[in-house]
Every structure is written in structure tokens, then in C-alpha cells.
Design a protein. Structure first.
Length: 319
């Protein structure tokens, strides 16, 4: 337990560091955008804002995961992360729309931009992004949450490179249309990212199957466990972006009915190892036991006892 707590603390520290750097970048790019009259810097600032929200959400998810479940909320607060993602995604679509509209106006009437200052501010932004990315990269394999935050920061760095190149082009050619073009490109990236965010959050809220799980594969692997006859009533869903749950009825072969606990344990281990499904509710049943030899044997024995009670020792007749 101590190891996972230490990992969480280390991840949280990485997040706090990345949030601080990203917030500084955001302020610098907003002030710089208005000062240099660069829409590209302002749209990059919107992209940074998107990532800052994502980082804050990820950190909040780690904090919420630590809160105990209550009698009223048996899953704890994990779903809050998905709610926040929905709000985040909806806000960003509006921001992207605003940038696209503004860049279209700029495209028709290009305005002069302080290219040199714009270039310097975008470079500072890029450096901050890369430093934040290195802090998150170490944990991006341990945690899905961290990986998405890491990819956000990398996306930011790419957008900053676009702004830097635009600044250089305008510095040497004075072709200010570039500012509008880069802004439009960044707005499209934000729009695409937010639509994906909404789709993923909606999928989780509608109890959809997690992206990394193929139901047919799961059923095949569960059936392959020795003693399993069939699988019924299978449901797989996500509680939040990194916790998956599964429930199913396991139909067990009559010969294995006494090893039901062992079979269910094997299936649970397989689900956790192969699919990272940690919340499982598996119910064992034996459909063949009702018609199979087990019942007949019991009835046979009862008849045998019945004869004994009445002093009927006619074994040859019974066997």
C-alpha cells in the first residue's frame, strides 16, 4: 500500500509542477497575445487553457480516488471526473468556434503583429511545455490519467512550434495572414480534441464498454477456463477513465461445481491481468446440474434409503 501511496504522491507532485508551469504559460500567452496583437498566441493560450483544465481534472481525479466511498455513494466520487470532462469539452468547442470566427475576420483583413515579441513568448511557452512534459513522462506508463495529461502537454508543445514558425515567417516576410492561418489550425485541433473528449465522457456516462476491451475476446477467455460451460448476462462498463467493472453469470460444468470458488478466482485474476478490470461481480450457476447425472444419483440414493427404512433389502432390484 505504501508503494502505491508513494506513487500517487509522486504523480501528484508532477501534476502540481506541470499545473504551475502551464498556468504561467497561459498568463504569458494571454498578455503577450494582446500586447503583440497575435491571434495565434491567443489561440495557443486557449489550447494551453484546455490543457490546464485537463491537468487540474487529472489531479482532482487522483484526489477523488482517495476519498472513501460512502453509504450514499458506493462508487465514491470517481464519476465527478467524467462530469468535469463533459463541461470541459463543451466549453472548448465554444472557444474553438470563437477563434475560428476571429481568424476568418483576420484572414480577410490581416493586422500587423509584433512578430519578434510573439516569437519570444511562444518560445518561452514551448520550453515550459517541454519541462512539464518531462515531469509527467515518467509516470505516463503507470496511469492512464497521467498519459492523457502528458499527451495534452505534448500537443501544446506542437502548437507552440507552429506559433514560433509563424512568428519567424512574419518577422522575415511581413506576411501577416500567417497569424490567421495558424490560429485556425490550432482552433481545429482544439475542436477535434474537445469532440473526442465529449464522445469519451458520453460513452462512459452511457455505461459503454471501455475502449480497450473487446467483449468477444473477454467471453472467449472466460469460457477457456477449465470447468466453465458458458457465460451469460455479461456487462462491462467504466466507472471513470481508469476503473473498469464487469459482471457476469458463470455456468459451471457439473463435475466442477465444488470448485466454483477456484474457477471464479481464476477468471478474476485473468480479467485483472489481461484487461485491468478490477471491479468484478461473478455469479456461479450450474444449468446442467438440474438435468445431469448429479440429480439422478441423489434420487437413486433416496430410493435406496427409502427401501432400507421399509426393510426392503432388495439390492439387486435397485442396482
Amino acid at each position: 500500500m505504501a508503494a502505491s501511496e508513494h506513487l500517487d504522491q509522486s504523480i501528484s507532485r508532477g501534476f502540481l509542477f506541470a499545473i504551475a508551469l502551464t498556468a504561467v504559460t497561459l498568463v504569458a500567452e494571454v498578455i503577450g497575445g494582446f500586447w503583440t496583437n497575435s491571434l495565434a498566441l491567443l489561440s495557443d493560450a486557449a489550447h494551453v487553457f484546455m490543457d490546464l483544465l485537463a491537468l487540474v481534472l487529472s489531479l482532482a481525479a487522483i484526489y477523488l480516488a482517495g476519498k472513501p466511498a460512502s453509504d450514499r455513494r458506493t462508487y465514491g466520487w470517481h464519476r465527478a471526473e467524467i462530469f468535469a470532462s463533459l463541461i470541459n469539452g463543451a466549453t472548448l468547442i465554444l472557444i474553438a468556434g470563437g477563434i475560428l470566427k476571429e481568424s476568418w475576420l483576420r484572414f480577410q483583413h490581416p493586422e500587423a503583429v509584433k512578430s519578434k515579441e510573439m516569437f519570444i513568448i511562444a518560445t518561452i511557452g514551448l520550453v515550459m511545455n517541454l519541462v512539464a512534459a518531462t515531469r509527467l513522462h515518467g509516470h505516463s506508463h503507470d496511469d492512464l490519467n497521467v498519459r492523457s495529461a502528458f499527451l495534452h502537454v505534448i500537443g501544446d508543445a506542437i502548437a507552440s512550434v507552429g506559433v514560433i514558425l509563424g512568428g519567424l515567417v512574419m518577422l522575415y516576410t511581413g506576411w501577416y495572414v500567417v497569424d490567421a492561418l495558424i490560429s485556425a489550425a490550432i482552433a481545429l485541433i482544439i475542436g477535434w480534441g474537445s469532440i473526442r473528449l465529449l464522445r469519451e465522457a458520453g460513452h462512459i456516462l452511457l455505461e459503454g464498454v471501455p475502449a480497450h476491451v473487446e467483449v468477444d475476446d473477454v467471453v472467449a477467455k472466460m469460457r477457456a477456463v477449465e470447468g466453465v460451460n458458458d457465460i451469460h448476462h455479461l456487462h462491462v462498463w467504466s466507472i471513470c477513465s481508469h476503473i473498469s467493472a464487469l459482471s457476469a453469470h458463470i455456468d459451471i460444468e457439473p463435475d466442477f461445481r465444488l470448485r466454483q470458488g477456484e474457477i471464479i478466482g481464476t477468471i478474476e485474476q485473468m480479467l485483472e491481468h489481461d484487461y485491468h478490470i478490477t471491479h468484478t461481480t461473478l455469479q456461479g450457476e450450474c444449468s446442467r446440474c438440474l438435468t445431469g447425472p448429479v440429480i439422478q444419483q441423489l434420487q437413486h440414493r433416496q430410493r435406496h434409503d427409502h427401501h432400507h427404512d421399509h426393510g426392503g433389502h432388495d439390492h439387486d432390484h435397485l442396482h
